[in-house]
Design a protein around this ligand. Structure first.
Ligand SMILES: [Zn+2]
Length: 294
């Protein structure tokens, strides 16, 4: 177990250390229209979704606190409505760091119950914490969107992931259950697992349709074909690494075996936050010490 804790902690450390080196004043918030009254905001950290109705705004994820003023400015260019719902897809700081800055008296902060548990254990102040938690799913409605589903997926990127699906607008925010065009970070130290990650992507694939617009946790706006590609890639890597485990290969052998991931490395999949060695060792560790809450 020690090796899992060490590698996951190092990954998180390197991520936040990398952000600490980024001067927030150099970050630009990019706004992309997804469908009418729904936008994706990119800055540094997880992608944000903004959905606007007559007199309300729903926000998914809040990036890092030092970027909040820039994000508020980008939102004010779209609407002057108050943020009535802020949903966190999971607990990581690049998705929740701005929570307190967006959480006014008019805002209800929502996340899966394990997000509350983890943020509380980190000593976060009340304004940072979810006020409503879900176990499996919760349904929300705005005047123009009566069918908004927040659905928990088990042991995927963490143990507290939810996706947010606007059924009428046919837009989904997948949180970090999708890194479009890159190897995913599967946080084994926070309850994530390769099998849960693939199962979550399959569940979403079966929930959406060809016309759904997908906001990934990281990466560009995506389509169902991008999601299908991700599922096939992860199944492919899982099978190759399971075969290596069955042949008694060690973690070190799998971690250093570039042939296992070559096909995707050649397409640039290892150039993001998770490099090819990270994804090989993560899948190995997940298959040999699976996290499950069932
Ligand atoms: Zn994350």
């Amino acid at each position: 177990m020690k090796s899992i804790i060490t590698s996951a902690s190092l990954l998180l450390f390197s991520f936040y250390a990398a952000f600490a080196q980024v001067d927030p004043s150099t970050v630009t918030i990019k706004t992309t229209a997804v469908v009418e009254n729904v936008y994706m905001l990119e800055g540094s950290g997880g992608n944000i979704m903004i959905a606007i109705s007559d007199d309300e705004t729903l926000m998914v994820d809040s990036q890092f606190a030092p970027l909040s003023n820039k994000i508020k400015k980008a939102i004010s260019a779209l609407t002057s409505n108050p943020i009535t719902y802020l949903i966190n897809t999971h607990h990581h700081g690049d998705h929740t760091g701005g929570n307190e800055n967006f959480n006014s008296d008019e805002t209800t902060l929502i996340a899966q119950k394990n997000v509350l548990k983890r943020l509380t254990s980190q000593g976060k102040s009340p304004g940072y914490l979810p006020e409503i938690t879900l176990d499996e799913e919760i349904k929300l409605s705005l005047p123009e969107d009566e069918n908004i589903m927040v659905v928990h997926v088990h042991n995927a990127h963490t143990d507290g992931d939810s996706f947010v699906y606007f059924m009428d607008k046919n837009v989904i925010h997948m949180g970090d259950v999708f890194f479009n065009g890159a190897y995913p970070f599967i946080d084994l130290n926070s309850g994530g697992s390769i099998d849960g990650y693939i199962a979550a992507q399959l569940l979403i694939l079966n929930t959406i349709n060809e016309d759904t617009r997908i906001i990934p946790g990281h990466g560009k706006l995506a389509t169902i074909d991008d999601l299908k590609y991700s599922i096939n890639m992860l199944k492919d890597l899982r099978a190759a690494i399971q075969l290596a485990i069955s042949r008694n290969n060690s973690l070190e052998q799998v971690a250093s075996n570039t042939e296992l991931t070559k096909r995707y490395d050649d397409l640039g999949y290892g150039t993001g936050f998770i490099n090819s060695k990270n994804i090989r060792s993560t899948i190995y560790e997940s298959l040999t010490n699976p996290n499950t809450d069932k």
